[in-house]
Ligand binder design. Structure first.
Ligand code: HEM
Length: 257
């Protein structure tokens, strides 16, 4: 009781206010310190995520992975082309997923957290990813021709590329769509075409993605009636994501009218 009573005196009340004020100040100042420490770490991390560094790491990692797809196919003195087809296909597919979903994620995040910097850092890597995807899928097709022993025989190669067996036809359509995108991936081509025409052409990456997804989803469909769940899910996420963006844009338009 005694100890409580002392707070009821004007001096006691003043003391409580003073304590609360200094404590609040202490909490605020330590929060500011923690925030600035946090920002410093984030800024340091962000500087490591600069395009030249990311580009080097990306090229290094993908080159090692690509070599691994062929090294892994060599066992006990034999080369298993089927394994090389499978592994190069998976790597090319992963890169295409990166190209498509990093853009989609950036567009969705920008709507809700406009200042979120992290995804935008990875956007320039779409160029390297697209070039690698094309080259790796080229090696995927080459491995398939070698597996079938048809390399050099044009009509047999066309048959192998456009068959419904393993849904290769969809993969080949995707690869053909990627060809002009690959050929115009230089700065010289951007200058020659103009940024708008170049950007419009690059939009075909979405069509290439859909055909690649059909190839992967239906790989065992024509032979065994099976559909790949991962590729189907990625298509659903793609169409769902863009439908959401379209809906949000429409909402924004009607709100500003
Ligand atoms: C963007 C284009 C392409 C992508 C992303 C892609 C991706 C893939 C993936 C991920 C697989 C492994 C699927 C699995 O085993 O579960 C695969 C297998 C296969 N791909 Fe492609 N591919 C593409 C283009 C092509 C082309 C141009 C050909 C034609 C020569 C082709 C022929 C095949 C064949 C025959 C298989 C089955 C291999 C086997 O299991 O025996 N693909 N592809």
């Amino acid at each position: 009781m005694d100890s409580l009573q002392k707070y009821y005196t004007p001096y006691g009340i003043l003391q409580v206010f003073f304590c609360a004020f200094t404590r609040k100040k202490w909490i605020v100042s330590s929060a500011i310190n923690a925030y600035s420490d946090h920002m410093e770490i984030l800024q340091k991390l962000e500087s490591y995520l600069s395009y030249p560094i990311l580009k080097k790491v990306f090229i290094g990692v993908v080159s090692i992975a690509w070599s691994g797809t062929f090294l892994g196919a060599y066992k006990d003195g034999n080369f298993y082309w089927g394994r090389a087809v499978h592994e190069t296909g998976e790597l090319g597919w992963a890169l295409l997923l990166f190209v498509i979903f990093v853009s989609l994620a950036q567009k969705i995040v920008r709507l809700h957290v406009p200042k979120f910097p992290w995804i935008a850092r990875f956007l320039p890597l779409r160029k390297e990813a697209g070039i690698f995807a094309f080259l790796i899928i080229g090696s995927h097709a080459l491995a398939e021709f070698l597996k079938r022993g048809v390399l050099g025989d044009t009509s047999a190669m066309i048959d192998a590329a456009f068959t419904t067996h393993h849904a290769a036809v969809f993969g080949s359509i995707s690869f053909l769509i990627m060809l002009p995108l690959f050929l115009t991936s230089t700065n010289w081509a951007i200058k020659k075409m103009g940024p708008k025409a170049w950007k419009n052409l690059q939009r075909f990456a979405h069509v290439a993605f859909v055909f690649a997804a059909l190839h992967v989803a239906l790989i065992d469909f024509f032979g065994y009636g099976k559909i790949d769940g991962g590729a189907t899910l990625s298509m659903l996420a793609y169409f769902g994501g863009y439908a959401y963006l379209w809906h949000k844009k429409k909402q924004l338009k009607t709100n500003t009218l």
